[in-house]
Each structure stands twice: as C-alpha cells, then as structure tokens.
Design a protein around this ligand. Sequence first.
Ligand SMILES: C[S@@+](CC[C@H](N)C(=O)[O-])C[C@H]1O[C@@H](n2cnc3c(N)ncnc32)[C@H](O)[C@@H]1O
Length: 292
Amino acid sequence: MGGTDETLGRAASRNVTVSAPSGRGAPTSRAADRMSGSARGEGEGRSRGGPGARRRGCHNGRVTRASLDKQPHEVAAMFDKVAARYDLTNDVLSLGQARLWRREVARAVDARPGERVLDLAAGTGTSSVPFASAGAFTVPCDFSLGMLREGKRREPWMPFTAGDATRLPFADDAFDAVTISFGLRNVSDTDAALREMLRVTKPGGRVVICEFSHPTWAPFRTVYTEYLMRALPPLATAVSSNPDAYVYLAESIRAWPDQPALARRLQDAGWTRVAWRNLTGGIVALHRGFAA
Ligand SMILES: C[S@@+](CC[C@H](N)C(=O)[O-])C[C@H]1O[C@@H](n2cnc3c(N)ncnc32)[C@H](O)[C@@H]1O
C-alpha cells in the first residue's frame, strides 16, 4: 500500500458532563483548512448489504460479531471481546498504515493547549493520546466497557467516559473539536451521531472523521476489495481474539457510504464547509466540517 494521498475532496451508562467552556471560538485549525472545497452534489452513497448482511457470528451462545443493522448491544459486545488485542490486530491488518492514519488525524484536528477535544468511539484511547499530548483536555468516550477498561488500564490519567454517540452525555457547546476514528461506521444511527457531535461542538468548532472509505482508482479498489473479503479473515484468525469481528469489519466497510455521500450527510446534519481528504488512495478518508 502506498503512502498518504493528498487528494482533496470537492465538493448510556455513567454520564460525565463536561461543562461548556466560556467564549465562542473562531475556527483555528490550519490543518483542517487544507481540506477545502464543497461537498455538494457529488456521487452517490453505496449501501451494499451483501448476502452476509444479516448473519452474525455466535460462540457458545454469545454474539461474536455484529450484524450490519448494528444493534448497539451487539456492537458493544463485539468490541468488549476484542479489547485486549485490538491495537495489535489493527497494526497487523492495516499493514502498518494505522499509525500513519493516526498521525494525519492529529494534524487535521490540530489540537491546541487549553482546547477541549472529544474523541468519540475512542475505544482503548489510542486515537485520543495525540490530542492530549498536544496539550488539549481530551475526553475519550465509548460505549464498550471492555474497551474503556483496557484503555483505563493503559492510560489511567485519561478521563475515559462511557457514552453512546447517539445520545452524548455532554452539555451543548462543550468542545472545541470533536473527532471520531474508525467509529462512525459502527454507530447504529450515523445521522443522529453527526447531529449530536454538532450539538456538543461550540460555534466555530470543528469535526474530523477518520473512517474507512472507497479507493478512488478502480484497479486498486478491486485489489483492496479482494484483500478485505479474502485475505483479511484468515489474517484476523491468526492475530485476533475474535476473528468473526473482522468479517463484520470487511462487510461494514463495503456497505459504508463513499466520500461524497458521507460529506453530504455531514452537511445535512448541519456541519458547514465540509471537505474531505483521501489517505492511502482512499482506503481511509478524513472528513472535516465546522459548526456555524
Ligand atoms: C474500531 S473501534 C475504534 C477505536 C478508536 N477510535 C481507534 O481509532 O482505535 C470502534 C469503537 O466504536 C465504538 N462504538 C461503536 N458504536 C458506538 C456508539 N454508538 N457510541 C459510542 N461508541 C461506539 C466501539 O465500542 C469501539 O470501541
């Protein structure tokens, strides 16, 4: 797989409340400004369920992977089960690209000392660390208690918070930036989550979404789809504590909207100045927007 592609898009449980900071911030993200352009009116979203869309894995009566209708309890249970080896598996299955993608997310969010950053669907908190290291007050939030526990064990100093992306346990306008890495695809109601993210972002604040997407070059897309459907499941069997979860991963990536379609959903949720940037040929896309 190649390096970073600079293509520009055109286009509940315990509730912990973070109090809204005072003042109305102006957009300050230099990195996010590099992703300029309008997302309006481009491309169509894909929604390919495929024959396995309704199947789900079962081990000794326990659900081992979610189905594509993403029932929240199934998704949370699936991530509870992979928590211990989640980061290692990521590194292996992404062929080392995951670290590069995380660096690009950190650049796009461009967290500053004194800012408040919400890392939604933060899992074990690996995606949250760069924002905290940049000096921002960073809240990792997730609804899998297994992932949160593993994160708390590793990074006890971080304020891990249990919460559902579709009903966030935070006050309006609480954050300067909200970000979500490899999480939005797993949320049962994407549009509700996008609206909730906007609600907790203060005016002028920003969102950065890092998610698997659709390679833009057709021959590469074919090779990648083969990798997803054929090579990834056996690889996952070798390294993951729950290989079934990676069958769900492959299916959910195929069913996820492409870059322009996700951009339109951000706009429909109320985000402005929406744009995206492809990484690794479009295997991953970073979408950003601003709260008006
Ligand atoms: C693939 S992991 C990503 C973790 C982390 N952001 C990263 O980049 O390593 C997806 C996470 O999304 C969480 N998740 C899925 N749906 C959620 C929801 N509705 N609310 C909160 N977290 C959710 C899962 O529990 C899981 O920890």
